[in-house]
Design a protein around this ligand. Structure first.
Ligand code: COA
Length: 633
């Protein structure tokens, strides 16, 4: 399935709250959008909603009036389905959340679009399998669950249906990144990932009230303290609708049983169409602790089950909570903070009451039973591709900001890959469309001088792991390579960058200066004056300028970057491995030596290559006019 390129048209069906927000997000990212609804009045409301959100952005200084004009010029409104679908690459349905409304729409849309057009539903609760059941071309059907407000909330759940192809999922993931969203991939299961634990979090809050364990102000305060939110569960229900909470919980109960049944008080409020009264003084710390334990128990227990059921990975569940709900940390990070045995105790307390409808994850039981303190969470992914190993920074929610955990995982992965004879080239990249926006400022902010030193040298250890790995390494950068991110890239053999990537060492804007070796490596690449310009000003340069200065080896169009990097890496991997390794070492060591020593070094090393089997094979193959078969010996 081909990925969407900016400039290719997208169709949004429905101009309501969600539809207009999605259309705005697409238009802001540079996609022409056709929005279709049934009446001109519906379309007018959608247009007005987009216009007023953009006005808000102008008031906050995030957009210029010209920028607003440009965004609006990309959105075309129509009541004609044919007009909306002509030439489209992606259809996003965002009509009323009922199968009997959505399904007939898909029945008329699917035959009208070519087989390589992606067709997705922005449903928050309906099964993708049944929405598209029996329609032609299941490989391109999926769910794309945007969160309210869709133009602003960065989370999108990508829901795979029974036949969705990996290519379609990749194209949708890429599309979400182009929209500057943070996608998480989830299975087609009731509530998908977020609503499965978030709606019960609301419901448990109501149960705590109903059972007389705490009053609303206490529950609000406890939830806000625990999850780092501004609105507690009751205030949130007042804003988003008690009725929505009731229906969502009822729908979960139909799939998963009594634990998910709406609390009586929730049903009552919904029936009476009443909001919650939240004013009052919160109870004591001890009272709040009881609430916190119960809410965490529910959330952690469900999250662990989501992993066990294959609905969402632990990392994606945490990412969804942090990005979509703005929680200070996700359920798995909470388990790790408490320690798994303590987390299990809280989960079991809830299981004791609800039994089979609140099962305990066997993985949580096993890990806690073995006394493991933490659930391992992966922020660096390795993807092997023949002789290549892609090392992917994987914290898209913070633009791959490098915290200590990421640096430790990078260090371990690079050292392991360096020792693997099957790996011939390392490629360092971001898992999303951003490389890395620097060291993690949130983590660094609280560091003492001693901790700052530990962190700095941990960063240097990682850069040394790349340099000393004995394998060629390529940094594949796009979006941003800032601060520690740029420094990490500079430790690779060379940088390949996408057009318009911003590179900078902005540390002085934060009261520090580069510490992962960036100023010294850059000095050796681009000279003293330009290094000082970058380090002292903290200003960014574009990939194009960095290429002219010699900091970046090559620049490619964004959509071609990874493919070009792969092809170049495969070329390097096809060369004599020992010769590549020795040449690499000569270049690195020679850079810091006098010319006389460097020439000597090169001569001695080149002489040594004649003692390798690869030299015999390479030259023999040339003379026999066949490709060489190097063994790295
Ligand atoms: N450390 C920690 N978090 C970071 C980060 C960093 N270096 N860079 C980005 N993030 C986080 C942001 O705080 C934000 O999180 P939030 O949604 O919880 O607020 C998220 O990543 C997305 O970033 P945002 O600023 O909303 O994206 P943007 O596209 O508007 O701006 C940047 C992108 C890179 C210009 C901006 O994030 C930035 O200036 N980051 C800091 C760069 C820096 O100084 N790096 C050097 C550190 S040594």
């Amino acid at each position: 399935m081909k990925r969407l390129r900016r400039g290719e048209p997208v169709t949004v069906l429905g101009a309501g709250n969600m539809g207009s927000g999605i259309a705005q997000a697409c238009a802001q990212a540079g996609f022409p959008v056709r929005v279709r609804d049934l009446s001109p009045q519906d379309l007018d409301r959608g247009r007005a909603a987009i216009s007023s959100t953009l006005d808000g952005a102008i008031q906050r200084g995030k957009l210029t009036p010209e920028g607003k004009g440009e965004v609006l010029s990309r959105v075309q409104f129509t009541t004609s389905l044919d007009e909306a679908l002509a030439g489209t690459r992606l259809v996003i349905e965002a009509v009323f959340e009922e199968e009997k409304v959505k399904r007939p729409l898909f029945e008329s849309v699917v035959p009208k679009v070519p087989r390589d057009t992606l067709v997705v539903s922005n449903t928050s609760s309906l099964s993708i399998a049944s929405l598209f059941d029996g329609l032609e071309g299941s490989e391109r059907f999926a769910g794309l669950h945007f969160f309210y407000p869709a133009a602003v909330n960065r989370l999108v759940e990508i829901v795979s249906g029974p036949g969705t192809s990996p290519g379609a999922l990749d194209a949708l993931t890429d599309f979400c990144y182009a929209l500057r969203k943070v996608p998480v991939r989830v299975k087609d299961s009731a509530g998908f990932c977020v609503n499965r634990f978030f709606v019960p979090y609301l419901n448990e809050s109501v149960r705590l009230l109903e059972e007389g364990i705490a009053d609303i102000p206490t529950i609000e305060a406890a939830a806000n303290e625990t999850f780092g939110t501004r609105l507690g569960p009751f205030e949130l229900m007042n804003v988003t609708g008690v009725t929505i909470a009731f229906h969502s919980e009822s729908s979960l109960a139909r799939s998963f049983g009594p634990f998910y049944e709406p609390a009586n008080l929730l049903r009552e409020r919904h029936e009476r169409k009443e909001r919650w009264e939240i004013s009052g003084t919160p109870g004591s710390m001890a009272d709040r602790e009881v609430v916190s334990q119960r809410l965490l128990g529910a959330v952690m227990g469900i999250a662990a089950r989501l992993a066990e059921e294959g609905v969402a990975s632990p990392e994606e569940t945490d990412r969804a909570a942090v990005v979509g709900l703005r929680w200070v940390r996700g359920p798995f990070a909470w388990m790790n903070r408490l320690g798994l045995p303590a987390a299990l105790a809280r989960v079991e307390a809830i299981h004791a009451r609800w039994g089979a409808s609140f099962p305990v994850s066997s993985e949580l039981q096993q890990r806690a039973g073995k006394g493991e303190p933490r659930w391992p969470l992966r922020f660096v992914r390795v993807e092997r591709e023949g002789p290549l190993a892609w090392v992917l920074l994987d914290r898209p929610e913070v633009l791959n900001a490098l915290n200590s955990e990421v640096l430790r995982q990078l260090d371990a992965q690079v050292r392991e890959l360096s020792a693997d004879p099957q790996v011939l080239v390392l490629l360092l990249a971001g898992s999303s469309r951003v490389f890395a926006a620097g060291a993690d400022i949130a983590e660094m902010a609280g560091k003492s001088a001693f901790e700052g030193r530990e962190f700095t040298f941990l960063g240097q250890r990682v850069t040394e792991a790349f340099e000393g790995s004995g394998k060629p390494s390529i940094a594949v950068v796009e979006g941003y390579a800032l601060g520690g991110g740029f420094e990490l890239a500079l430790a690779c053999d060379f940088i390949l960058a996408a057009e318009k990537t911003q590179l900078a060492l902005p540390e002085v804007t934060l009261g520090i200066h580069p510490g992962f070796g960036g100023s010294q490596r850059l000095l050796r690449l681009i000279g003293r004056a330009r290094t000082k310009l970058l380090v002292e000003s903290g200003l960014p340069i574009s990939a194009e300028e960095a290429e002219r200065w010699g900091a970046v080896a090559r620049v490619y169009p964004r959509d071609e970057l990874k493919e070009q990097a792969r092809s170049l890496a495969l070329t390097i991997a096809s060369r004599a491995p020992l010769a590549v390794r020795m040449a690499r070492s000569v270049i690195d060591q020679g850079a810091d030596a006098s010319l006389a020593s460097a020439l000597r070094l090169e001569g001695e090393s080149a002489s040594l290559t004649f003692s390798t089997e690869d030299q015999k094979e390479g030259m023999k193959a040339y003379l026999e006019r066949r490709p060489p078969r190097f063994q790295g010996r």
